[in-house]
Ligand binder design. Structure first.
Ligand code: ATP
Length: 388
């Protein structure tokens, strides 16, 4: 019996786990389910891994779980799969309460960081396994295995054994095996972590295409923000067993509601400040480098005039000019710089000595002779005022 790894934990897996459970959807049976998590609490002894989580994943949604190591992503995914039974709370697949249902009765397709392929079976047999369990006809198995292998570019390897494949190739077979059974939802734990950079880019688009084609509700755990930002419909950011924010990639990136989220996703500079005024949906904040008009990170909790806040500005939101602009302007000089072709990364040192990160696309100011005093400006929509 093979072993597989979910997060940092290893466990034995059985035939049903590998096949993704019982039941199978035809390509045209678009049974889209929602996944609801209500007040879910999971403890390991004195460690509370999930603190009363509430979350709704919409039918057919490609939903990502993101957060720092140990935040509870894997615990939540494994609770959805049925490998952990929570102490409190409920998990619903559509209208069905699956909180205490065994993994093999949930009809989930799973893919782990490791491959967990059967070593004695060929690639085609590994992929076909779940369909044979479901008594799918031989012709249909042949067709679907062929399709699945083609979708992961492994059609030429059908007769090989797993030990004759590279790690990345084995991972692709694991993906084909999870998809071929057309489960009612797909649970992916760092599925692309063993692939090289180029293949990761190709495969993430492929995963999205397949999820959308089969209208699969998919929950995807990753450490790779770019993976999440590029293909997620929505994502949840977790920390210490709590959900901090749920939203589309754009919501979470452009309008983080908390400092922790702004810090976790992408790069940003934080400037402490004090609220001077609020008008027409914008808030004016005095900081050590000057005054900024910005937007509220969490419109539900607007700060009061006089409140201590933090301003978050991402490096790519600045624009550099030789002349002063009227609004949201900071005076300074470029310090260290890194030229990366399409973009340059600068340390912008303001007149009072504060360092800000500024990324300039199609760089003009990277050449030392064009430097001197510059003005950096930022649109109010890109200045996020956080109260946390
Ligand atoms: P990573 O990104 O490193 O995989 P994660 O976000 O997936 O982390 P989890 O594996 O869900 O985090 O762990 C959440 C918390 O629960 C951590 O504090 C972890 O140490 C703890 N934990 C997880 N599994 C167990 C276990 N089997 N026994 C005891 N504690 C556990």
């Amino acid at each position: 019996m093979p072993w597989c790894r979910g997060g940092s934990k290893w466990r034995r897996v059985n035939r049903f786990d590998l096949a993704g459970g019982v039941g199978c959807l035809g390509k045209r049976e678009h049974l889209m389910i929602s996944i609801q998590v209500k007040q879910l609490t999971k403890q390991f002894g004195s460690v509370v891994a999930l603190h009363g989580l509430d979350l709704t994943i919409n039918p057919g949604e490609l939903f990502f779980l993101l957060g720092p190591s140990g935040c509870g992503k894997t615990t939540l995914l494994r609770s959805l799969a049925g490998f952990y039974i929570p102490e409190k709370g409920q998990i619903l697949f559509g209208d069905e309460d699956v909180t205490r249902l065994a993994p093999h009765k949930r009809n989930t397709g799973m893919m782990f960081q490791s491959y967990a392929l059967w070593p004695h079976m060929s690639v085609a047999e590994n992929v076909a396994f779940g369909l044979e369990e479901r008594k799918v006809s031989a012709d249909e198995i042949k067709r679907r295995v062929g399709e699945a292998l083609e979708s992961v570019r492994m059609e030429k390897y059908a007769e090989r054994k797993p030990n004759q494949l590279s790690g990345g190739q084995q991972q692709r077979i694991a993906l084909a095996r999870a998809l071929v059974i057309r489960p009612r939802c797909l649970l992916l734990d760092e599925p692309l972590s063993n692939l090289d950079a180029k293949l990761r880019l190709e495969m993430r688009t492929e995963i999205r295409r397949v999820c959308k084609e089969f209208k699969l509700t998919t929950v995807y755990v990753t450490h790779d923000q770019k993976e999440a930002l590029s293909i997620a419909d929505r994502m949840a950011i977790l920390e210490s067993g709590h959900i901090l924010q749920v939203g589309t990639p754009r919501d979470v990136y452009k309008r983080p509601t908390r400092k922790t989220v702004a810090h976790f996703i992408g790069e940003t500079d934080f400037l402490p400040g004090k609220v001077l005024g609020i008008a027409a949906g914008f808030v004016t904040v005095e900081t050590e480098v000057g005054k900024f008009d910005g937007i509220f990170g969490d419109p539900a909790k607007p700060p009061a005039v006089g409140a201590e806040v933090t301003v978050s500005i991402r490096p790519e939101c600045w624009e550099l000019h030789r002349n002063a602009e009227a609004r949201n302007v900071v005076r300074g000089r470029i310090g260290d710089s890194v030229y990366l072709g399409e973009v340059a990364q600068y340390d912008f040192v303001t007149t009072n000595g504060t360092k800000l990160k500024i990324f300039e696309r199609n760089p003009r100011f990277v050449d030392g002779s064009s430097r001197g005093e510059l003005y950096a400006t930022v649109e109010p929509e890109d200045v996020v005022v956080l109260t946390e």
